[in-house]
Unconditional design. Structure first.
Length: 216
């Protein structure tokens, strides 16, 4: 019997398959179980969420210089990925870069769940209107303190269970895309971003956010 974070991987997979099936999606019986053993600290996840919240404001029209200043003032420069650092060196972003930043909301939603701000991140559930209320308001130059003090990291076992569901959902959504099949309510882009956040939270060996694996 294989175990991860004290969980029987066979039982976890069976539970994930039931979740996917209940939403109308077929499951892939041969997908390997996920071997994750080195979860990140709460502080590391908090800092990643703060960086993403700052960067997504550029999509909503915030000046890059203002976002760069907030990140520097709050000592978050070392937490930037290579791609994020490149964006902050620019004066404006392209339409594609702005669109890419908008998808950050899905990853933020997953990290908000990991930090116990919301009860669930079900596959069919869109990003909630409450997300912004948890995070620093950069329009008033709010510090990270309120968010950091309220953050309560879920156990690695709980995050692993959720990751496995998203792993199976990712396979189904990708397979549907390749076959030209409607997979709603499985949104491939949303699933990929949420899974990326959960993968990153459970793998402290990943040096750069941009390098987070999301294969199926």
């Amino acid at each position: 019997m294989a175990t991860v974070f004290g969980l029987d991987t066979t039982e976890v997979r069976a539970e994930s398959q039931r979740t996917i099936s209940a939403l109308g999606g077929p499951v892939c019986d041969w997908l390997p179980w996920l071997d994750r053993t080195e979860p990140r600290s709460a502080d590391s996840i908090i800092r990643r969420a703060l960086v993403m919240n700052a960067l997504v404001q550029i999509h909503f029209g915030a000046p890059i210089a203002v976002i760069r200043g907030w990140i520097e003032h709050n000592s978050l420069v070392r937490d930037l990925s290579a791609r994020e650092s490149a964006i902050l060196r620019k004066s404006t972003v392209t339409e594609q870069e702005s669109t890419d930043l908008s998808w950050t909301l899905e990853a933020l939603w997953a990290l908000a769940w990991a930090g116990s701000f919301i009860a669930d991140i079900a596959i069919e559930q869109p990003v909630g209107d409450t997300l912004a209320s948890f995070l620093p308001n950069l329009q008033v130059n709010e510090s990270p303190d309120r968010f950091a003090n309220a953050f309560r990291l879920r156990s690695a076992a709980e995050i692993y269970r959720k990751l496995d569901v998203y792993y199976l959902a990712h396979w189904y959504a990708r397979d549907g895309q390749l076959r030209g099949r409607d997979t709603r309510p499985f949104s491939l882009d949303a699933i990929m971003e949420r899974r990326k956040a959960l993968e990153w939270a459970l793998d402290a060996s990943i040096a750069d956010w941009d390098d987070t694996p999301a294969d199926t």
